[in-house]
Design a protein around this ligand. Structure first.
Ligand SMILES: Cc1ncc(COP(=O)(O)O)c(C=O)c1O
Length: 376
């Protein structure tokens, strides 16, 4: 098979860097900096000698127990990504409307399902906010689905739920697919979530993830929340047993994590404020959206972003280079909100980078000249 739609994510880049240094602090992955108290689980706890439930029942139990949804509105997934790929295929989508920049997998999943892709550009001058409802309605005339993340990754901007609800009522024949992978990191949660609206709006589908908020990327836990008629349609296309036995045993344990959730949200909210305030003093780096547990930022120091990235690597710090996102080519990077002491390391390093960026640049070009000369 060709490498069509091949892509590389932030974690893959770190793996190369991490080979050089094990102690690197990774701000490129936007998952919770603390872990839920699910203890040290031993493999004996899980019945690995028998099949898990065919439909990921443990994950369904989490969503019904936690949010009070009816079981028939929940489709358990092997991470949100399974839903992102299942939906265009199962709904037979022909033309997707996406935000740009956004999470690349929507585009890839749509193209693989044979859909055409149209983009609504988010403008830096407008703080990457959603454009007006009229503009969105116009763009929707030529699409059969709008796929949008709230908050959006990597811009960190929020999508007002009332705009989606208004559009969903206006276009009942079109699908509105909301990716709420980061929504629990927003202060307005649960009021800003559309998970509770799917019974009233049959064309609204929410993809949710337990990866980010519960720091469980290795387990693969998520769900589609939608009207039961939609869930039944998706089930006709979904592979059985995609949720493994360990994942489905761990999901219900998250029901006991209320204190963790409160502590995490309090930490993220206060660190977000502290970081925003600290950036007022870091001239030359501009913060964009920070609605979730990460910030998008633009480097305006001397020289290209590479200067900053190599300085940070030298300080054992890794951020996500965002120049491969359309619209973010001009030296944008993303960093996660981590624990206070870890955020201090990053803030100190960024502050020093600004002070020394001229010198860094000179050092870089000396190194470059030296490398060029020695290899010629
Ligand atoms: C916006 C968004 N949605 C979904 C995912 C994937 O979530 P999961 O790990 O649950 O598949 C990511 C991962 O980076 C993401 O950024």
């Amino acid at each position: 098979m060709t490498t069509l739609y091949h892509h590389q994510h932030g974690g893959a880049r770190l793996n190369q860097a991490a080979q050089k240094s094990r102690a690197l602090l990774d701000f490129s992955v936007n998952i919770s900096p603390i872990s839920p108290p699910i203890g040290t689980l031993s493999l004996d706890t899980f019945s690995l000698h028998s099949y898990p439930s065919i439909d990921g029942r443990g994950i369904k139990d989490f969503y019904t127990g936690k949010f009070g949804f009816n079981g028939d509105t929940v489709l358990p997934l092997n991470g949100a990504i399974e839903g992102i790929y299942l939906l265009p295929r199962a709904l037979g989508l022909r033309r997707l409307l996406l935000l740009s920049p956004s999470f690349y997998e929507y585009e890839r999943a749509g193209r693989i399902a044979g859909a055409e892709i149209a983009f609504v550009p988010l403008a830096a001058e407008n703080g990457f906010q959603l454009p007006s409802i009229d503009l969105l309605a116009d763009a929707l005339l030529h699409a059969d689905a709008f796929v949008v993340a709230n908050p959006n990754n990597p811009t960190g901007t929020e999508v007002p739920p009332e705009i989606i609800m208004a559009l969903a009522s206006r276009f009942p024949e079109k699908w509105f697919i909301l990716d709420e992978a980061f929504i629990q990191f927003t202060p307005a949660f649960p009021d800003n979530s559309l998970m509770g609206k799917v019974m009233a709006l049959k064309n609204v589908i929410v993809v949710h993830s337990l990866t980010k908020f519960y720091a469980l990327p290795g387990l693969r836990l998520g769900a589609v929340i939608a009207h039961p008629t939609v869930i039944r349609r998706l089930l006709n296309y979904k592979e059985p047993w995609t949720v493994n036995a360990i994942a489905e045993s761990v999901a219900p344990l998250l029901l006991e994590c209320g204190t963790y959730e409160e502590e995490l949200r309090a930490m993220i909210f206060s660190e977000r404020e502290r970081i925003t305030a600290a950036f007022l003093k870091i001239k030359g780096i501009k913060l964009a959206g920070g609605a979730a547990n990460f910030f998008l930022a633009q480097w305006n120091g001397d020289g290209p972003l590479d200067v900053l990235l190599s300085w940070l690597t030298g300080q054992q710090l890794h951020v996500r280079d965002c120049r491969n996102f359309p619209g973010l080519e001009e030296d944008y990077f993303r960093f996660a909100i981590r624990k206070p002491v870890e955020n201090d390391h990053l803030l100190d390093a960024l502050q020093s980078a600004m002070l020394w960026s001229g010198n860094l640049l000179r050092t870089e070009s000396l190194v470059e000249n030296h490398t060029t000369q020695s290899s010629s």
